[in-house]
Design a protein around this ligand. Structure first.
Ligand code: NAP
Length: 357
């Protein structure tokens, strides 16, 4: 499937590619891409037909937005591109309202992002994370005002609890605010925590999942293996940076090495790279609207934009589902058990039946 096979995101009319370009690496000196490589990554994504580009005010201290703005302007494609950016992060000592989700921070961050991106509107403005403090009423009214002002077309949340997104969306429905059309959350074979709540939430309330981290920071890319999992044996990249400098983000575990090994076997059988199979798996999960691709090098994006060009046979998909299955958890497991008994006599309705008919 080409990236110019567009989908509407959530319950909206916004048409996006099923794979989006994440630009967190752009201008990132540690494990990212310099301006030239960022431009090459950007062009490779566009050449594959992609129209959906994601950044954030905090990525590379604002350098990502500046680079994206410059690339869009140079190529004259601002209007054809669906551009998303975010607020919430980027705190500075002594300036508490530069970050968080209050109205003052939200407006200031938007003005700064518009300036760095060299545009007068954002297609999808995303609250980057729940700050744990700002009332949801203030966030939703503030974001609705931004839509009314014309500076923002659509809105979304990232990294929030399900209850918070559900409350926000219900408030939007009842108060006639602009609705959330997407939820940006981490999702990969290695990280399936969102499955307990979010796919059903997204489908029920009209939000598309815009997932990040399909390769678990590169762990699922095919360049790592259980045989060379010691820190000193790791190839250069984000996994090694995390192993050495950010232990809280070190995602090497016995479970994940089992997934890496099975993924490599499945990839071999289907004749694709592990990275392509890992992205394909996420993109075909329930409620997923668009999967964010990240790359620090040109060859990486070239090898993942093709991830939807094949169908993963059911048996191979099942093997990946099994090896990475998240543990059963209460209340979901018990609730499902009870529903099994409760609904045993209820049959599926015939095709074409509609409650409204
Ligand atoms: N909302 C949020 O909180 C949030 C958080 C994170 C990211 N995001 C968004 O999601 C995007 C993608 O996230 P992510 O970067 O974490 O995704 P990811 O797919 O988990 O990791 C991407 C990294 O994997 C490695 N890689 C990618 N393709 C490869 C290939 N073919 N072969 C070998 N290595 C490969 C590269 O790292 P190395 O070269 O360093 O190995 C690359 O930077 C970001 O750009 C950003 O837009 C959002």
């Amino acid at each position: 499937m080409a990236l110019d096979t567009y989908y509407t995101l959530g319950r909206s009319g916004l048409r996006v590619s099923p794979l989006a370009l994440g630009t967190m690496t752009f201008g990132q000196s540690d494990w990212g891409a310099d301006a030239e490589t960022s431009g090459q990554i950007f062009d490779a994504y566009l050449e594959a037909g992609g129209n959906f580009v994601d950044t954030a005010n905090a990525y590379s201290g604002g350098a990502s937005e500046e680079l994206v703005g410059k690339l869009l302007a140079e190529r004259g494609i601002r209007d054809r591109t669906v551009l998303s950016t975010k607020f919430t992060l980027g705190a500075r000592p002594g300036d508490p309202n530069l970050a968080g989700n209050g109205r003052k921070a939200m407006l200031r961050c938007l003005e700064d992002s518009l300036r760095r991106l060299g545009t007068d509107y954002i297609d999808l403005y995303i609250m980057h994370a729940w700050d744990g403090l700002t009332p949801v009423e203030e966030v939703m009214r503030g974001m609705d005002d931004l839509v009314s002002s014309g500076k923002v077309r659509y809105i979304a949340f990232s990294d929030v609890p399900a209850w918070y997104a559900a409350r926000a969306q219900t408030l939007a429905e009842w108060r006639d605010y602009a609705p959330l059309i997407a939820l940006q959350l981490e999702y990969s074979l290695a990280e399936r925590g969102l499955e307990y709540e979010f796919p059903s939430l997204a489908q029920e309330l009209g939000m598309g999942l815009m997932t990040w981290g399909p390769l678990a920071k590169g762990l699922l890319s095919g360049k790592y293996s259980a045989d060379a999992s010691a820190t000193e044996d790791l190839p250069e990249g984000r996994v090694k940076v995390a192993a050495i400098h950010r232990p809280s983000q070190d995602n090497r575990s016995e479970r994940n090495w089992r997934i890496v090994t099975e993924l490599a076997a499945v990839a071999e059988e289907v004749g694709r790279s592990p990275a392509e199979v890992a992205v394909n798996w996420v993109a075909n999960r329930p409620a997923v609207g668009s999967v964010l691709l990240g790359a620090s090098k040109l060859h990486q994006i070239q090898s993942t934009v093709t991830s939807l060009d094949f169908t993963l046979p059911e048996e191979l998909r099942h093997r990946l589902d099994e090896i990475s299955a998240p543990p059963a958890a209460v209340p979901y497991s018990f609730m499902t058990l009870l529903q099994g008994g409760l609904n045993a006599d209820v049959r599926n309705k015939p095709a074409g039946y509609s409650a409204q008919a």
